[in-house]
Write a protein that binds this ligand. Structure first.
Ligand code: F6P
Length: 392
């Protein structure tokens, strides 16, 4: 029986023989590349057995696992999603078993630790975003030998320069926006495109920049409707007969609240954002008198085959996770720093969100090519420490 007073201690019991891997949170391109890399490096370099946990932490609570061999992971490198399945509503510290149907949420973390022990896992590798990795950190606090692997299309994890899945999502969103461009141009309309990204604007900014957005609205910079209308009407005066407005799902009006689509009680992050695009489209049409339409890109952004960049990043992360396991460097998350793969303590990233800093060079580039961003020029000049910028 495991509890806070008697922490899990397999890691101290000798040689690593068996490792488990789970994928938690929203699915994301590159998860299969991680599963493949972990399995192959574990078997080929160290002779470990690999157990795949199905549906994230849920599989460890409900005992849903499958062995993974080199054959099992053959041919999955370019597949979207995750062959193990995932869940973004299972928190073992606040869980209600499915058979209880909306029963009270209780702490089942000790059950999870017992199951890990029973499955004879010497290490647990958790590929996930901040929800999954925060849980991994809490499990590490109870003595579980865990390693985190950062994934998310939102790119909002601290401690790593990039998460895998983000590059594919940017590419998916940009491709969609290219298509929206041609219809906007033909009808002389304003097209509002709502992207995912939760509380960080990375996905909106990078895809908007990559596909010629005219206005980009991100959670980090609340917006003022009249500024947006003015920017669009200025474009019209200059002869541009259409505009593309990219809005992150977490963007909000100055002094206003986030637009929430729904709340999911048993999820580590119960809030699901969405709806700002529809609201904004109506307001922009009223204020500019220009016919406007909205496209909510939704789950298209995180589906499909990963880009080669994401496949390679996920592969490097998976391999490093196995090396850390062999060295018993538990309680850490693999991370990208510059061109190098390294690792940092899970506790240093748990519960934190990496948003776009207002002095980001990406914002500056966007602004310098005339994209409307809702950031005042004088403020930007102060932030980037270049007062000359104010007068240019
Ligand atoms: O975190 C990834 C993400 O796709 C967010 O960008 C989005 O807000 C959320 O997940 C959507 O969650 P769900 O798949 O539960 O609708």
């Amino acid at each position: 029986m495991f509890s806070d007073s008697k922490p899990f201690c397999r890691e101290t019991m000798g040689r690593i023989r068996r490792v488990g891997i789970l994928t938690g949170g929203g699915d994301c391109p590159g998860l299969n590349a991680v599963i493949r890399a972990v399995t192959r490096a574990a078997i080929l370099q160290y002779g470990f057995e690999v157990l795949g946990i199905q549906d994230g932490y849920l599989g460890l609570l409900l005992d849903k696992t499958r062995g993974l061999s080199g054959e099992d992971v053959a041919g999955i490198l370019g597949l979207g999603g995750t062959i193990l399945g995932t869940s973004n509503r299972t928190d073992p510290f606040s869980f209600s078993p499915p058979e209880e149907k909306n029963g009270p949420l209780r702490d089942y973390s000790d059950l999870l630790l017992r199951n890990v022990e029973r499955l004879k896992l010497d290490a647990l590798l958790c590929a996930g975003g901040d929800g999954t990795l925060t849980i991994a950190d809490r499990l590490a606090g109870k003595g579980l030998p865990v390693i985190g692997i950062p994934k998310t299309i939102d790119n909002d994890l601290v401690g790593t320069d990039l998460t895998f899945g983000f590059d594919t999502a940017v590419s998916n969103a940009s491709e969609a926006m290219d298509k929206i461009h041609s219809t906007a141009q033909s009808h002389h309309r304003i097209m509002v495109v709502e992207t995912m990204g939760r509380y960080a604007g990375w996905l909106a900014l990078m895809s908007g920049l990559a596909s010629g957005g005219d206005v980009i609205l991100i959670p980090e910079i609340p917006f003022d409707l009249s500024n947006i209308a003015r920017a669009i009407l200025k474009r019209t005066r200059l002869g541009h007969r259409f505009s593309i407005v990219v809005v992150a799902e977490g963007a909000r009006i100055r002094g206003g609240a986030l637009v929430v689509k729904k709340r999911i009680k048993d999820s580590p992050d119960p809030i699901r954002l969405g709806g700002i695009g529809n609201w904004l489209t109506e307001k922009i049409e009223q204020m500019t008198g220009i016919e406007s339409r909205v496209s909510v890109l939704g789950h298209l952004q995180r589906g499909g085959s990963p880009t080669s960049f994401d496949r390679n990043l996920a592969t490097r992360f998976g391999v490093e996770a196995i090396h850390l396991t062999a060295r018993k460097r538990f309680g850490r998350m693999v991370s990208l720093k510059g061109q190098n793969i390294t690792s940092i303590p899970l506790e240093s990233i748990a519960g934190k969100t990496r948003i776009i800093p207002l002095d980001s060079p990406w914002l500056r580039s966007a602004r310098d090519i005339g994209i409307h961003l809702e950031i005042y020029k004088w403020l930007f000049a102060l932030l980037v420490g270049d007062l000359q910028y104010m007068v240019t």
